[in-house]
Design a protein around this ligand. Structure first.
Ligand code: AMP
Length: 209
């Protein structure tokens, strides 16, 4: 398996609607890149499950399919990215989701003297994501995967998060990927794009070069 070569590590975002397969791809890419996958959704779910103060504050928003307020969300990302394992890069899954979160991430990266290497956008057809989310609701019993809440989460994505695609597009960071089809195919498409941009070494290149 190839690994990222950069001494300073790789910093990527994964963006796309709920149900586009971000979590699955994040875990695979993080492994390939040798960086931690940081999912704000997972952090919130862990806190809800363990009934922490943060979990208690986040739960009502999550159950209603709303975004957790920026102040809370920015604080957990700030803390998580200070941890030692994120010092040499990270893959953020599900953050930022609002323009205020983009500004906060810009501030964090700037104060660390680092920058994003790319923003992977998983593009998936609306009917497909709804049916994936309903299937996941059946399999995992997530309390935010009822049909009504799913519709609300998608509307919120369109209103608050889809505009970020344009923001990162203007910065020349966007890597658009067709998120439909078998999981392995989607990973292959992402890897090919990362290799093309020099973010991952290509086949035959030495990881030490
Ligand atoms: P996810 O697993 O990424 O779909 O996140 C599940 C839920 O956690 C979302 O529906 C939100 O309620 C909350 N959440 C996760 N990430 C964020 C974020 N960046 N901003 C606000 N709320 C978030």
């Amino acid at each position: 398996m190839s690994r990222a070569t950069s001494e300073s590590g790789t910093r990527l975002l994964l963006i796309g609607p709920p149900g586009a397969g971000k979590g699955t791809q994040a875990a695979r890419l993080a492994e390939l890149l040798g960086v931690p996958a940081v999912s704000t959704g997972d952090i919130f779910r862990w806190n809800v499950k363990n009934e922490t103060e943060l979990g208690l504050q986040a739960k009502a928003f999550m159950d209603a399919g709303q975004y957790v307020p920026d102040s809370l969300t920015n604080a957990i990302v700030h803390d998580r990215l200070q941890e030692a394992d994120a010092g040499a890069g990270f893959l953020l899954d599900g953050y930022p989701r609002t323009t205020e979160q983009v500004s906060e991430l810009d501030r964090l990266l700037h104060s660390d003297g680092t920058h994003l290497d790319g923003v992977v956008q998983l593009v998936a057809d609306r009917d497909e994501v709804v049916s994936r989310l309903l299937k996941r609701a059946d399999e995992q019993g997530r309390s935010d995967d009822t049909e009504e809440v799913i519709r609300h989460r998608l509307a919120l994505y369109d209103e608050q998060t889809a505009p970020l695609i344009e923001v990162y597009g203007r910065r020349g960071l966007l890597i658009e990927i067709d998120g439909l089809g078998p999981v392995d195919d989607v990973t292959d498409r992402i890897v090919a794009q990362l290799v093309e941009r020099g973010i991952l070494p290509g086949d035959g290149e030495s990881a030490a070069s």
